[in-house]
Design a protein around this ligand. Structure first.
Ligand code: PLP
Length: 433
């Protein structure tokens, strides 16, 4: 790979190689493309989650309030908006936080895709054995009979943490024999929590990609093992996409119109790309060109940005441009983007931006002070987005948005945090102060 040539063709890459923050506007956004999924796939995933709601409600009583539907609130954060304007620059419109940080069961956005993939697996096994049909009350899966059935199968996943939590918790609950392959930099509390739920945890001294590779290798030798492939799973992707359908009534309730006069901007932290990609795909299906989506990544591991800027997707890694790939932002320390998501985002995504690790903590502390909401550092990676995009005059002009920003709504997608132990959260908060 001729990196020099790449840097000449794409000046952003030179900046990225220097750990500089960038905003990249996607020149292909909105152009024609054949995307391998459609609305019917989102509907199918939503219906499957609805079938499982009685099971989820029974197995995880904390979901009783929502009838076994795993969903988070959308809240307006006006106090934080004033603060963000001071910290990052002015922007017009309303500011919201999507609290996937507080999703039940596993406390991160992974409670969408991760849990969905394992539920789908359980459904297909039980259906194939003639023990389950779509009209059944799925709460019957919470029984020794089904746990015994699922115990003959195993589930494996490679993860930096949050995906492992969600796959480990739901798999163990259903009765699967589950192994989470983790990089050594994963937080100790996540490993402890997983083990306490009955999951096996195997640690690797190398990075996340190595953990995934080891997990894949082990699973491939076992026909009874399902490997959750964070780098290319369609099930994960579609599980995440359901969020978009469910946010429609939430926006309505908040009095937010989304149309040509009222643009919606969504900012999501990105690791390998599955979670933000699935949500972005769903949002584009729901709102078309009236929603504008940006991914946020750490300056040390901007894998999706690098793949999109160069058009090489998973054919280039952050190490190829000399970056170390090391970041405090759990879940974002990913060197190479998903082979599935990069190409799908090529025409859907409006752009990407990067942020220095040190900025995450002050955002975390201010959100706690101003809104009494605690999220993890990686979930704060998106917070510079509204000011960055609002200052991108050329982009706004080209999209016909320049005179519409007073009517805009901005959503910061908070991707994780509620499972972080208080003692750790206190350290993050103090660092931010
Ligand atoms: C996983 C995760 C992300 C990003 O999701 P990807 O699918 O890896 O892109 C962002 N924030 C948090 C807290 C996460 O756990």
């Amino acid at each position: 790979m001729d990196i020099k040539k790449i840097m000449i063709a794409h000046p952003e890459v030179s900046k990225m190689a220097n750990y500089e923050e960038i905003l990249w506007i996607n020149p292909k956004s909105g152009s024609e493309a054949s995307i391998p999924f459609g609305m019917s796939d989102i509907d199918d995933a939503e219906a499957r989650l609805a079938r499982f709601a009685p099971y989820i409600k029974k197995a995880f009583p904390e979901t009783a309030k929502t009838g076994g539907i795993i969903e988070s609130n959308l809240v307006e954060i006006s106090n934080m908006k004033s603060q963000l304007v001071k910290m990052t620059g002015n922007f017009d419109g309303r500011l919201f936080l999507k609290r996937d940080s507080h999703l039940p069961i596993s406390g991160s956005i992974k409670a969408r895709g991760g849990i969905y993939e394992v539920l789908k697996l359980a459904e297909s096994i039980a259906t194939e054995k003639g023990l389950l049909s779509p009209d059944d009350d799925y709460s019957k899966l919470d029984s020794d009979e089904f746990r015994k059935l699922f115990s003959q199968y195993s589930v494996a996943v490679g993860s930096t943490g949050n995906l492992g939590l969600s796959i480990g918790i739901i798999s163990a609950k259903l009765g699967f024999d589950v192994t989470v392959h983790m990089s050594a930099d994963a937080r100790q509390w996540k490993k402890d929590l997983l083990r306490s739920k009955g999951a096996k945890v195997i640690e690797y001294p190398d990075d996340y990609q190595k953990a995934v590779a080891e997990g894949r290798k082990e699973a491939a030798s076992d026909p009874m093992c399902h490997f959750v492939d964070d780098e290319g799973s369609t099930d994960l992707f579609l599980g995440y996409s359901v969020a978009a359908k469910r946010i429609v009534p939430q926006l309505k309730e908040a009095g937010v119109a989304v149309d040509a006069e009222h643009p919606l901007f969504v900012y999501i932290p990105c690791g390998v790309g599955g979670a933000p990609g699935g949500v972005a795909f769903g949002l584009k299906e729901m709102f078309g060109e009236n929603v504008h989506i940006f991914f946020a990544e750490p300056t040390h591991a901007p894998c999706m940005t690098l793949g999109l800027v160069t058009g090489l997707h998973d054919g280039i890694a952050v190490r190829d441009i000399g970056l170390d790939g090391l970041t405090d932002a759990d879940g974002l320390a990913v060197g190479r983007p998903s082979r599935l998501v990069g190409t799908v985002m090529e025409t859907l995504l409006d752009g990407c931006y990067t942020i220095e690790d040190d900025k995450l903590y002050p955002f975390l502390a201010h959100l706690a002070d101003r809104e009494k909401i605690y999220i993890e550092p990686s979930a704060c990676a998106s917070f510079t987005g509204p000011a960055l995009v609002s200052a991108a005059a050329e982009y706004l002009k080209e999209k016909g948005l320049a005179d519409k920003m007073q009517n805009a709504s901005h959503i910061l997608w908070a991707t994780g945090g509620s499972m972080v132990p208080d003692s750790e959260m206190k350290l993050y908060y103090e660092r931010g102060k």
